[in-house]
Design a protein around this ligand. Structure first.
Ligand code: IPM
Ligand code: MG
Length: 367
């Protein structure tokens, strides 16, 4: 097949890890006879420096035309002044919104080789295989933001959190469709004991599952107790669906199960095929440019791209199995290994390509 992939390296370690993911995609494409073309554009701090805007119009136009978008990370100390009018993160939020990518899939499946790097006890990590579906284009992230002066001149700030029924329905449906391919269990996370948006969320989730997915067992959890259960008994969860801000926080927490943020990919999806794929780690400015960043999360994001935007599930599995095999063989970057044995980004990327499972190396075997 032919596919146009837009690459948005962004800031910090973004360029290093997206280069790794592109190398793997090229390799998979060559092995399977696909023609992937790659275009690169600016986003985040790099775009602010070059154009003054975190999401230049030609980046968005290219994203709308592409079959899929692969993103590195945005942000860094250079642009983090809270008083700044333009910030790199605005570019990320704007592209998610403009492409209608309302569902952010963040799978967490700890690899045994990384158990030691997790602050959680290994016996709790054995068998964990969960996926968080985070609502991505609504809630407090996108609500009206204000600063007002009170009666005595004191400043007050507010961020409005709002959700419509339609916004909740579509992300619950996405989580349920995913659960139908897994164990048919969904945990919906809210704060219905306090927030009105959460009460609506719970009502809609209950109705959608009851009316449209009767096979699914739905459980509701309050976000505070979910934060606790996620660490105390992570094996009990499969598909977790929640609103934007709760999902942001819970997925950073969940990344600790995997031992390193450098292992966690994500896919942001809407109604169409075009999706945005990014590792969940940030731009890690402290290690940027040193060739030591863990590329596995970006490579696993490329696998999600193959699956969700290009419909190439077999190829996606090849990449996932190759990453897993590279980890099992002990090819570990500094976030997972002792300093003296840690490998760099390039070596880790090469290790993935060396560990493609055999059928992946024989294109004739397919179709
Ligand atoms: C994430 C990040 C972003 C978010 C930031 C960089 C705006 O933390 O993708 O989880 O909050 O959504
Ligand atoms: Mg986050």
């Amino acid at each position: 097949m032919q596919a146009e992939i837009l690459v948005l390296p962004g800031d910090g370690i973004g360029p290093e890890v997206t280069a790794a993911a592109v190398a793997v995609l090229r390799d998979v494409g060559a092995r399977h006879g696909h023609e992937f073309t790659f275009t690169e554009k600016l986003i985040g701090g790099a775009a602010i420096d070059a154009t003054g805007e975190p999401l230049p119009a030609d980046t968005l136009a290219a994203a709308k035309k592409a079959d899929a978008v692969l993103l590195g990370a945005v942000g860094g100390p250079k642009w983090s002044d809270p008083k700044a009018k333009v910030r790199p993160e605005q570019g990320l939020l704007a592209i998610r919104k403009a492409l209608g990518l309302y569902a952010n899939l963040r799978p967490v499946k700890p690899h045994p080789v990384a158990f030691a790097a997790s602050p959680i006890k290994p016996h709790l990590l054995q068998g964990v295989d969960l996926i968080v579906v985070r609502e991505l284009t609504g809630g407090v992230y996108f609500g009206d933001k204000q600063r007002t002066a009170g009666p005595n001149g004191e400043c007050t700030a507010s961020d409005l959190c709002s959700y419509s029924v339609g916004e909740i329905e579509r992300v619950i449906r996405r989580a349920c469709r995913l659960a139908m391919q897994r164990s048919q269990r969904v945990t919906s996370v809210d704060k219905a004991n306090v927030l009105e948006t959460s009460r609506l969320w719970r009502e809609v989730a209950t109705r959608v599952v009851h009316d449209e997915f009767p096979e699914i067992t739905l459980e509701h959890q309050l976000v505070d107790s979910m934060a606790m259960h996620l660490l105390a008994r992570p094996r009990e969860y499969d598909v977790i669906v929640t609103e934007n801000m709760f999902g942001d926080i819970l997925t950073d927490e969940a990344s600790m199960l995997a031992g390193s943020m450098g292992l966690l990919p994500s896919a942001s999806l809407g109604e169409g095929r075009v999706g945005l794929y990014e590792p969940i780690h940030g731009s890690a400015p402290d290690i940027a440019g040193r060739g030591i960043a863990n590329p596995y999360a970006a490579i696993l994001s490329a696998a999600m791209l193959l699956r969700h935007s290009l419909g190439l599930d077999a190829e996606a599995q090849c990449v996932e199995r190759a990453v897993s095999a590279a980890l099992s063989a002990g090819h570990l970057t500094a976030d997972l290994a002792k300093p003296e044995s840690a490998i760099g980004t390039r070596e880790a990327t090469a290790a993935v390509m060396d560990h493609f499972p055999l059928p992946c190396q024989v294109p004739e075997l397919r179709d």
